[in-house]
Design a protein around this ligand. Structure first.
Ligand code: ADP
Length: 245
């Protein structure tokens, strides 16, 4: 393992939109394996952080090191090649294509060894990812025929197909019913059991407290708490940030 125990090291990360400090000097250390959650009230800077990590936005300042590689100034596709996978808050699948075709797009990660093997290896990798999320038997159905929850799982499969070291999940439980949330929770556990690391953003405190071993809390763009999940959720600053007191 290249970067040792720490898979993602974020130091002094800031993102300003004009005068608005959406993210303001945040440090995050994500340990290898398991689930790390980034939580905080609405507008606290969670999505902006994720967008800066994945390269959608350029950091105003700070440093991002993934598995020993400084990715701070890399464009998104290079970060993908470096091992960063992500899903979006709003599902971004091609609705007129099949589940398999969508996931194959994910498998075409630049730098992936399979490229050059022809299409078969990509298809195989994509099917494997769909099987992993439990939808391999519906690989050839159009996206439009899947429930919202299953579309989320397909999005995760697409990210997994690129074989990421770190998977960023932006509110994966949003819009899911309670059964789908259970399925998602179970999937997160299986992903982590494969040795992959997940950094998840979510409002769903139940999911977060059950799925994550480590939590970082943001408020007004700053880190207000960080550590083992149960301790963080009981932290007085966290409680008052959520209650708005
Ligand atoms: P969260 O995900 O925690 O709800 P966000 O990261 O979406 O918070 O937003 C943090 C702050 O940055 C908010 O005040 C939001 O209005 C602002 N913000 C987010 N994106 C932009 C943008 N593209 N331009 C200007 N302001 C933004």
């Amino acid at each position: 393992t290249v970067g040792g125990d720490i898979v993602l090291e974020v130091t002094g990360l800031s993102k300003y939109f004009g005068g608005l400090k959406a993210v303001d000097g945040v440090d995050i250390q994500v340990k290898r394996g398991g689930v790390h959650a980034l939580i905080g009230p609405n507008g606290s800077g969670k999505t902006t952080t994720l967008n800066v990590l994945s390269g959608l936005y350029k950091a105003t300042s700070g440093k991002i090191v993934l598995d020993g590689t400084d990715i701070t100034n890399m464009p998104p596709h290079q970060r993908t090649a470096a091992g960063l996978g992500r899903t979006f808050q709003n599902i971004r699948l091609f609705r007129s294509m099949t589940a398999l075709e969508n996931v194959e797009i994910g498998a075409e990660r630049p730098g992936n060894k399979m490229i050059g093997d022809g299409g078969d290896a990509l298809t195989e990798r994509a099917l494997e990812a769909l099987n992993f999320v439990g939808l391999g038997n519906r690989a050839n159905e159009l996206i439009s025929s899947f429930s919202y929850g299953h579309q989320r799982l397909i999005e995760i499969a697409r990210a997994l197909a690129a074989n990421p070291t770190l998977l960023l999940l932006d509110e994966p439980a949003a819009g899911l019913n309670s059964t789908e949330k259970l399925e998602l929770h179970e999937l997160l556990k299986r992903i982590a059991a494969q040795g992959l690391t997940i950094l998840i953003i979510d409002h769903d405190m139940t999911l977060v407290s059950e799925a994550a071993q480590h939590i970082t809390v943001l408020n007004f763009g700053r880190r207000i708490a960080d550590g083992e999940s149960m301790a963080v959720l009981r932290h007085p600053d966290v409680v008052s940030a959520y209650l708005g007191t």
